[in-house]
Design a binder for this molecule. Structure first.
Ligand code: AMP
Ligand code: ZN
Length: 467
């Protein structure tokens, strides 16, 4: 059975086949972070869904060439650097560095390329594309000195988002990067410099200015992957106007169909409400790590709900992830002990269980069914080991099949290295105990527990275990 995916463009499930005549190489573009702040776990939901898609395609034998851009110039990054009074590049560097640390923590497979919009070769490509659109009279310069895309010249504008432009009566021009569907209109490709931009500008055939957000992705995608992509992904909030604009710009410039499949993940909610800064229910990855949860546990939560369903993020969900992972760890440890380095024997049941998992993912990444299969397999395998019916070679065979699933899940147990911050608390607590300051010692015990570790006082000294 081929992989089947829900294509936002057709709103139907379609069989996946790449453009590559040999049917192997897949060109995938994923909209990356706007580096004006630490990425929040909603952003990471999108990146983990894309990671699942890439890893599953690879498990099915495809070679995925994935690009994820870094939006390091747009309305938000400019307003952030101006507010803090630092150069744009310095301001965005902090969040770029944090982003790469965070994807490592979440075990997200690195993309093949991470182009940054401000790199000279991509600014040049944006200008080249806008010039091409201007020559075709699709882009025009307005009184404000900025260049706009004439949406009336692209009749398919609105098709991805299923908008009826006649009903919406498009009118006027929009200069901001983000806007609602009701405000549909000619959008900015190149924004003429204004005092609010400070020292953020590039020279262009139209004078000093900077690119609009949408042209950045069209330029980076086509520069690195060519005029035609297999898959383009993002969160549902990207469908309009961002992806709609990307299609219009790219197709008018290259004359080719831009992307065959469009996939979008639903939003992440927190405790039943939309995650937002104003509601105060806003988590970065760092917030959750500080509460003692691990990258693996957060990865599990973000991965375990089907990408098209809203994910209700709760702390209870993280605790449930810890329990689920504990079951996987205990099973793997038991198999490892039994196998004790034995060569794997072919295991019919394990091969079937693995195939059941992969087939569930073939069905538009049905992760709930896939994990359901995995836990059924764990239960049956534990039962067989309870009754002594599993040989060391069979245990090794089971582990080998599990490794195929784990190349997608990436759920190996965390190394039990104790974080330096926890070790410092333990030392402080030892000092408090030596000084018979029991209240202080208890407070520190609680702080250690808060960070996810239990401290026990033994004759050999303090011993730490993961909570
Ligand atoms: P941004 O940095 O806002 O450009 O977003 C980067 C990526 O994260 C895009 O693909 C967004 O669609 C996605 N995204 C933003 N917020 C959420 C959310 N709450 N849930 C899921 N994905 C999101
Ligand atoms: Zn984009």
């Amino acid at each position: 059975m081929p992989v089947r995916l829900l294509n936002t463009a057709s709103r139907s499930i379609e069989e996946f086949a790449p453009l590559d005549p040999e049917g192997r190489r897949v060109k995938m573009y994923t909209c990356g972070p706007t580096v004006y702040n630490y990425a929040h776990i909603g952003n990471f939901r999108a990146y983990i869904f894309e990671d699942l898609l890439q890893r599953h395609l690879e498990a099915r034998g495809y070679e995925v060439d994935r690009v994820m851009n870094l939006t390091d110039v747009d309305d938000k990054t400019i307003s952030g650097c101006r507010h803090h009074g630092v150069p744009l590049a310095d301001y965005t560097q902090t969040f770029k560095t944090a982003f790469f640390e965070d994807i490592k923590t979440l075990r997200i497979k690195p993309a093949s390329h991470y182009p940054a919009a401000t790199a000279p070769e991509y600014i040049a490509r944006m200008i080249e594309m806008i010039q091409g659109l201007e020559a075709a009279d699709i882009a025009y310069k307005a009184e404000d000195g900025s260049l706009y895309f004439r949406i009336s010249r692209f009749p398919r504008y609105g098709q991805l988002a299923h908008l009826n432009l006649d009903e919406l009566r498009p009118s006027g021009r929009i200069s901001s990067d983000e806007y609602e569907k009701e405000a549909v209109g000619d959008f900015a490709l190149w924004k003429a410099w204004t005092p609010g931009d400070g020292d953020v500008w590039w020279e262009s055939p139209w004078g000093r200015g900077r690119p609009g957000w949408h042209i950045e992705c069209s330029a980076m995608a086509t520069a690195l992957l060519g005029p035609q992509l297999d898959i383009h992904c993002g969160g549902v909030d990207n469908i309009f106007p961002h992806h709609e604009a990307e299609i219009a710009q790219s197709e008018c410039f290259t004359g080719k169909h831009f992307s065959r499949y469009w996939l979008h993940c639903a939003h992440l909610m927190v405790e039943g409400q939309k995650m937002s800064k104003s509601l105060g229910n806003f988590y970065t990855l760092r917030d959750l790590l500080a509460k003692g949860y691990t990258g693996r546990e957060i990865r599990y939560v973000l991965l375990s709900v089907h990408y098209r369903l809203p994910l209700n993020f709760t702390i209870a969900g993280l605790d449930a992830a810890r329990t689920a992972l504990g079951r996987i760890d205990a099973w793997v440890e038991r198999l490892q002990t039994l196998a004790s380095g034995c060569a794997p024997a072919q295991q019919e049941g394990a091969a079937q269980a693995k195939e059941g998992f992969l087939q569930a993912l073939d069905d538009d990444l049905n992760i709930s069914a896939a994990l359901g299969n995995l836990f059924d397999w764990i239960r049956e395998s534990n039962r067989a080991m309870d009754s002594g019916g599993v040989s060391p070679a069979e245990a090794a065979g089971t582990l080998a099949e599990f490794q195929v699933l784990n190349s997608i899940l990436e759920m190996d147990a965390e190394s039990t290295t104790v974080p330096a911050a926890v070790l410092a608390l333990v030392e402080e607590r030892q000092a408090a105990r030596a000084a018979k300051n029991w209240a202080q010692s208890d407070t520190l015990r609680d702080a250690i527990a808060e960070a996810g570790w239990q401290v026990k006082d033994t004759k050999q000294g303090a011993q730490l275990t993961r909570l």
